[in-house]
Every structure is written in structure tokens, then in C-alpha cells.
Design a protein around this ligand. Structure first.
Ligand SMILES: *Cc1c(COP(=O)(O)O)cnc(C)c1O
Length: 360
């Protein structure tokens, strides 16, 4: 068997030890004689999995007691609607920071539900940097302020959390979930699709402060209503059972690896190896503002589309797959989430070096 180095932005690599454990438990989960895929979500044995996953996430992410962890569906995109439906209940106003495609989608979705304002944007810079937040532009009585913590497509990230006073911060953390410690108490809501760094696709995790729960708009679909999901322990309807099981295994792996502080160090180390090489290269460059560089998604380009295409093709043949940049930006992108080993990045750099030698 040979496995490739998979630099996909999502769904993406999972730790090999997690896949091996899942494989070993596939036909007979802990003596139950069934696969986790087949068991009732109302069974005792499954409850241990879902409640275990929630408890472990609370522990690993250091989630305070006054926050609920909800396992939902519909992806981060579903939350683009769920957030305004649940939170736009005071002034009916919200502020959005536009730092890329996903935050712009979130903003557009929220416009269906209330008086929503884009208070800063880096669109003019092709989202190659994080926009400045000017406090004078913020809506003092906004129900929340929304931003996307790591911009998966453009390869940028917020290095400091915006200051919004009493206005609750809502963050899309789809592509930075579990990648570094975060002070959860600074946020009203954190949400993300699991398929980047937490589990296979299908699971959406929402971490929400309790006082923000319970005032959803009356038209909110039951499956998007935080109160309904919290009251029913995320099992109002059938949850994405297998993804939740995989999430639990990934969290066990993160804990064993030393937790989020260890993840952060490892991720920064990987990103440094790649950025250092790109910065020293005459062929490859990284098109984003250096101080805003993402640790998870490293974008790079050569001087031409032809050379980019050649690189992506030859890299895939050499076992480095999914390096093509997002269709809206072109170039290359190496997503180096938690599960990417350091040696995967080192080998990619070796490959890039030899490509540069042969093609210049
Ligand atoms: C992938 C991604 C999304 C979209 O997630 P879905 O689960 O496919 O809806 C949204 N935001 C960010 C930051 C992402 O990386």
C-alpha cells in the first residue's frame, strides 16, 4: 500500500493512526458486533461516542462551562444562515468583515435576515491581506460581529482577534479548528465544517455561549435552532454518527500529541519550512501580505499559468496531490492541516527545489 501526501484544502488528510483504528473497529466496534455506521444513535454505546466526543472537545479546546458544543449538519455554509437566524434578535443589525470568499458568502446569506453591514473588506487587494478594522465603523448596537478566522482560499489569517467591546464575536473557524489554542471566552459563537481539520465531511461543530441561545427567529428551521439542538443533546434528529465517531478519534489523537499548544508549534514549524523555501526561491512566490500569512493554507505561484500547471501535474505524479489552487485564484495551495506530517512538507520542499532547478 502506498499513500500520497495529500495537500487538499478539504476534505483533507486524517491522521494515519486514526484511520488504522477506525479500520480495526470497522466490523465490530468494541464487541458490539456492529460498525459505528450501523448502530442506532439512541443506543447506549453510541451515546458514549457522541458525549465522549463533546467532552473531549471541551477538554482539548478548553471550552468554558457556559458554552454549549453542538454537533450539527449543513456545513459552515449552513451556519451562514444559522448565525443570523439565531442571533439577529436585538437591534437586528450585524457587522461583517470581508476577508475572502467564505466571509463574503456569510455576509450575503445574512443579508436575507436583517440589517447587515460590511464594515471592512480586503476585496480591493484581492483578499491578499486581512482588512483593518476601524472601530469608528462598527455598529455599537450590533447583535454580533462576524469574521472568518482563516481564509482557506487565499491563505491568510487573523493574527489578532478584533476588539468589538460588548458586541459578541462570531468566527468561522472551519480551516483553523484545533490548529492552535484559542481563548473561547472572547467569542459568542465559533463554528466550522469538520472536514478540514477535525473529521470527515458531514459534521458541523458550533460552540456557542449559553446566553446567546434561545431567541432564534420564529422561522428558523428546527435543525438550525441552537436551543433545539442544545436541548436535544445534538440529537433532535439523526446526527452524522460516523463523522462524530471520527471526530472523537481525532480529538484523542490531538490530546495524545500534546494538545493544541503542541499542534500550534508543529503547524508553525511546517508553515515556516514552506514559507522559508518560497521566500528563498527565484521561481515560487507567496502572493499574500507576509504578516497575515496562514499557517494552514500556503498559497504560491510561479511566473506563469503554464508553469503552475506543469508543477501541479508533476507534483501529483511524484505523490504530492491536490496542490492546485482554488479555481477562483489559480496558482498553487498546500493545505497543511494537523494531520500533515512534517516530513510531508519537507519532501514537498525537496520536490519544489528540484522542479526549480530543472525548469530555470
Ligand atoms: C470550507 C470552508 C467553508 C465551507 O464549508 P462547508 O462545510 O462546505 O459549507 C466555509 N468557511 C471556511 C473558512 C471554509 O474553509
Amino acid at each position: 500500500m502506498s499513500r500520497v501526501y495529500n495537500f487538499s484544502a478539504g476534505p483533507s488528510m486524517l491522521p494515519e493512526s486514526v484511520l488504522n483504528l477506525a479500520a480495526a473497529e470497522m466490523l465490530d466496534y468494541k464487541g458490539s458486533g456492529q460498525s459505528v455506521m450501523e448502530m442506532s444513535h439512541r443506543s447506549k454505546i453510541y451515546e458514549e461516542i457522541i458525549f465522549g466526543a463533546q467532552a473531549l472537545m471541551r477538554e482539548v479546546m478548553n471550552v468554558p462551562d457556559n458554552y454549549k458544543i453542538l454537533f450539527m449538519q449543513g456545513g459552515a455554509s449552513g451556519q451562514f444562515a444559522a448565525v443570523p437566524l439565531n442571533l439577529l434578535n436585538g437591534s437586528g443589525k450585524a457587522d461583517y468583515a470581508l476577508s475572502g470568499q467564505f466571509s463574503t458568502k456569510a455576509y450575503k446569506e445574512a443579508q436575507k435576515y436583517g440589517d447587515v453591514k460590511a464594515v471592512c473588506s480586503s476585496k480591493e487587494q484581492n483578499f491578499s491581506c486581512i482588512p483593518e478594522v476601524d472601530p469608528a465603523q462598527l455598529t455599537p448596537d450590533a447583535d454580533y460581529f462576524h469574521f472568518c478566522h482563516n481564509n482557506t482560499i487565499y491563505g491568510t489569517r487573523w493574527t489578532k482577534i478584533p476588539e468589538t467591546g460588548n458586541v459578541p464575536l462570531v468566527a468561522d473557524i472551519s480551516s483553523s479548528f484545533l490548529s492552535q489554542p484559542m481563548d473561547i471566552s472572547k467569542f459568542g459563537v465559533l463554528y466550522g465544517g469538520a472536514q478540514k481539520n477535525v473529521a470527515p465531511a458531514g459534521l458541523t461543530v458550533v460552540i456557542v455561549r449559553e446566553d446567546l441561545i434561545g431567541n432564534a427567529h420564529p422561522t428558523t428551521p428546527a435543525v438550525l435552532d441552537y436551543k433545539n439542538m442544545a436541548d436535544n443533546d445534538s440529537m433532535y434528529n439523526t446526527p452524522p454518527c460516523y463523522s462524530i465517531y471520527m471526530c472523537k478519534l481525532v480529538l484523542e489523537w490531538v490530546k495524545k500529541m500534546g494538545g493544541l499548544e503542541a499542534m500550534k508549534q508543529r503547524n508553525e514549524q511546517k508553515a515556516k519550512i514552506l514559507y522559508d523555501f518560497i521566500d528563498s526561491s527565484n521561481m515560487f512566490s507567496n502572493p499574500v501580505k507576509h504578516s497575515d500569512r496562514s499557517v494552514m493554507n500556503v498559497t504560491f505561484v510561479t511566473e506563469s499559468d503554464e508553469l503552475n500547471a506543469k508543477f501541479v501535474k508533476e507534483a501529483a505524479e511524484a505523490g504530492f496531490v491536490n496542490l492546485k489552487g482554488h479555481r477562483s485564484v489559480g496558482g498553487m495551495r498546500a493545505s497543511i492541516y494537523n494531520a500533515m506530517p512534517i516530513e510531508g512538507v519537507e519532501k514537498l520542499v525537496e520536490f519544489m527545489k528540484s522542479f526549480e532547478e530543472k525548469n530555470s
